[in-house]
Design a protein. Structure first.
Length: 380
């Protein structure tokens, strides 16, 4: 046997050994698999499971996914994040299902210098948010699309009802800003807790203000409560909501009371209704195929695709990251790669991050949809 084949053979064996010894890429995933936010959290887990099944390796490294349930509790979300970084030595965090929980994880991510990809819209200004990005569309952008639809429908007054937490505040503040620009008056600001079983008092006040429309700043199954109460009291005005309502449980609970409801959405929900030339359509249809292969059914929500996009973002960034996973240096380099992402096509948009903006989406990630007989339809 000549020397050259022996050298080539030894080189191949060395490369194979190096690949075999390469450290796994550890992903810490937190979601609300129980509690009042589970209607969002369970789809989030299904989405990342589909992504992992489709891409079990990133940059030649096997991906190890560690999943923890925060039980819809922000304190537990923060505690889970700390455990994942300190004990499990994860390289990146993804989660969780609600804004309060995501803010708790972001605080840990900043403290422990670990990148966080949030599927939930969370805004953390300045240095406190330096380790966090989100694949969800920013609330102001989504709500602006709703207000634009209101204006086209000649809405002059709108009443707000939403959660009494950070998500509700975010939705209300976004509505106030866009409505003022559009010349629409906000005539009510009613709140309720996610765990409440009735909003009768709040809805009576809303009806008393005689609004042209009602906009709800809520999400998941608890988001159906205002629409049910409005229908019970015979409200005939227009109804609007956020992208946090697009899941099968909300549609089931809302029933006839949400007929005609208009909400903003990522293009993935109506991917088959998009033109062939839209690059988001191709990725969205690939997501649907991966989801069906993994879970045996087509997705019926817009949440599972957020964590699918989070995984695509991680895969793209990790493919550009040098170093050895499991080290502070690698986590820092991975963070830099994430925030340097440009024009990455996902299911909810085309992602480009900026130094002062941790949201990667723009108007290309928004469509308006309307509930028609239990199905979401694209609004022209």
């Amino acid at each position: 046997m000549s020397a050259i084949p022996r050298i080539l053979g030894a080189t191949a064996l060395a490369l194979a050994a190096a690949q075999a010894m390469a450290a796994d890429l550890k992903v810490g995933f937190i979601s609300s698999l129980s509690g009042p936010v589970a209607a969002l959290g369970v789809p989030y887990e299904k989405g990342i499971r589909a992504a992992l099944a489709e891409h079990p390796q990133i940059g030649g490294r096997k991906v190890e996914l560690i999943v923890l349930d925060d039980a819809s509790d922000p304190t537990t979300a923060g505690r889970n994040a700390r455990k994942l970084v300190v004990e499990d030595k994860v390289d990146v965090l993804i989660g969780t299902s609600g804004v309060p929980g995501a803010m708790a994880i972001a605080a840990v991510a900043r403290e422990l210098n670990t990148p966080l990809i949030s599927p939930t819209p969370v805004t953390i200004p300045g240095a406190d948010g330096a380790w966090t990005v989100t694949v969800s569309q920013p609330f102001p952008l989504m709500v602006a699309a709703v207000v634009e639809r209101m204006k086209k429908s000649d809405v002059k007054t709108v009443a707000f009802i939403g959660f009494s937490d950070a998500l509700g505040d975010l939705a209300y503040d976004s509505l106030m800003k866009s409505a003022a620009t559009a010349g629409i008056k906000v005539v009510a600001n009613e709140r309720y807790a996610r765990s409440d079983s009735s909003v009768a008092g709040q809805v009576l006040k809303i009806i008393g203000s005689r609004p042209d429309a009602v906009f709800a700043g809520n999400s998941g199954t608890p988001g159906a409560l205002p629409y049910l109460a409005l229908a019970e009291r015979g409200y005939k005005g227009k109804i609007y909501g956020t992208h946090g309502l697009i899941n099968a449980d909300f549609v089931r609970v809302g029933g006839a009371s949400i007929e005609g409801l208009q909400v903003p959405s990522g293009p993935v929900l109506v991917a088959d209704q998009l033109p062939e030339s839209n690059p988001i359509r191709k990725v969205s249809m690939a997501f649907r195929a991966a989801y069906q292969k993994t879970h045996g059914a087509v997705p019926t929500d817009a949440f599972s695709s957020y964590t699918y996009d989070a995984y695509l973002l991680l895969a793209d960034a990790a493919s550009r990251t040098k170093g050895e996973p499991g080290t502070p240096q690698y986590r820092a380099a991975l963070r830099e790669a994430i925030v340097a992402t440009r024009e990455l096509v996902g299911t909810h948009g085309i992602y480009t991050f900026k130094p002062d903006d941790r949201y990667g989406s723009d108007q290309r990630g928004i469509v308006m949809v309307r509930m028609e007989k239990g199905q979401w339809k694209l609004v022209p």
